[in-house]
Design a protein around this ligand. Structure first.
Ligand SMILES: *[C@@H]1O[C@H](CO)[C@@H](O)[C@H](O)[C@H]1NC(C)=O
Ligand SMILES: *[C@@H]1O[C@H](CO)[C@@H](O)[C@H](O)[C@H]1NC(C)=O
Ligand SMILES: *[C@@H]1O[C@H](CO)[C@@H](O)[C@H](O)[C@H]1NC(C)=O
Ligand SMILES: *[C@@H]1O[C@H](CO)[C@@H](O)[C@H](O)[C@H]1NC(C)=O
Ligand SMILES: *[C@@H]1O[C@H](CO)[C@@H](O)[C@H](O)[C@H]1NC(C)=O
Ligand SMILES: *[C@@H]1O[C@H](CO)[C@@H](O)[C@H](O)[C@H]1NC(C)=O
Length: 258
């Protein structure tokens, strides 16, 4: 099939060059410039298939109401569709013979920093050379849910801003209050070990990751998305003193679980 497509494309290009050679028009190379990769275009009518299953819902309880909803945004070339806790897809708005439709990520992990859910990570999207497309969705407080802007900071790594009233309350995205008692206890104990200098920062981060995995916020065996994710846990934790909450206990007191 690929050989066939390649032959077809080569012929089309030759034809285009031929047609353009003599009247001075510029040759439209857009098709070949695409970083997304020519070869990953879906064949016509082929339905999009997720490579992995979306993870279960996790995170702030009020986000549960976003399950089953989708939010789209169009720029002049693509329509993007974000379905929280499921997937992000991209649909090329073009009349060319084989517009790109693809999956830019499947819901997997929360990005967590400083006891706060900071982004949703959607991974294992359609292949992009040797890697898979991934998406990171960050939040912005606004009166309405809206998929705001899209960028591609690195090839095939997409960054979306999702505006939502759900993040407006200062405590809305805190991690600790959403956890079950036994996991909070585990975190408290870990915190104690760190404060008493029984474990290093690195050891602390490693154990905290495990707690987050048990809570379902992070899937086991998933790779970090990019450099950003490596500071996932290393930023100021809840007992650094400049926080709203100076201890996890206080945090619990202020934001009781529903
Ligand atoms: C993406 O998720 C939405 C919402 O659940 C679903 O309707 C859609 O089929 C999914 N897309 C793909 C390509 O699986
Ligand atoms: C997702 O939830 C279902 C039902 O609660 C459960 O059976 C399943 O094990 C969960 N999957 C993961 C990966 O946690
Ligand atoms: C979202 O998709 C719907 C249906 O496909 C369309 O009517 C609407 O204009 C789209 N909105 C944006 C912002 O692209
Ligand atoms: C996305 O849009 C918001 C407001 O509309 C803006 O504050 C933010 O800087 C934009 N982000 C990017 C990456 O363009
Ligand atoms: C918080 O974290 C940032 C970056 O990790 C660091 O530069 C800063 O000094 C930290 N602040 C405190 C009070 O620990
Ligand atoms: C950490 O979170 C607290 C409250 O959640 C906030 O006040 C503080 O500015 C945050 N620190 C950093 C470095 O993001």
């Amino acid at each position: 099939m690929k050989t066939y497509v390649a032959v077809f494309l080569t012929l089309s290009c030759v034809l285009l060059l031929y047609l353009n050679c003599c009247d001075g028009k510029t040759f439209d190379v857009k098709l070949l410039e695409e970083p997304s990769g020519l070869w990953s275009h879906n064949e016509e009518d082929k339905p999009l298939v997720m490579q992995i299953n979306p993870a279960n819902f996790s995170g702030p309880p009020h986000f549960r109401s976003l399950i089953g909803k989708c939010f789209n945004k169009s720029d002049n070339m693509y329509q993007y569709k974000f379905c929280p806790f499921f997937n992000v897809t991209q649909h090329e708005l073009s009349l060319r013979w084989n517009p790109y439709n693809g999956i830019l990520g499947v819901w997997q992990d929360w990005e967590i920093a400083n006891n706060t859910f900071t982004a949703m990570l959607l991974k294992e999207g359609d292949k992009c050379g040797s890697i898979s497309r991934t998406s990171r969705v960050v939040f912005e407080c606004a009166p309405e849910h809206q998929l705001k802007n899209v960028s591609e900071p690195r090839t095939c790594e997409y960054l979306f801003t999702f505006q939502t009233p759900f993040v407006c309350h200062p405590n809305a995205m805190l991690v600790y209050p959403t956890m079950e008692d036994h996991l909070r206890d585990a975190w408290d104990e870990l915190e104690g070990q760190y404060v008493r200098e029984e474990i290093t920062k690195k050891g602390y981060n490693k154990e905290l990751t495990k707690i987050f995995q048990r809570a379902g916020f992070i899937q086991t065996g998933t790779k970090p998305l990019s450099k950003k994710s490596s500071d996932m846990l290393s930023s100021n934790n809840s007992n650094t003193g400049n926080n709203q909450f100076t201890s996890l206990e206080q945090c619990t007191a202020v934001s009781p679980r529903k």
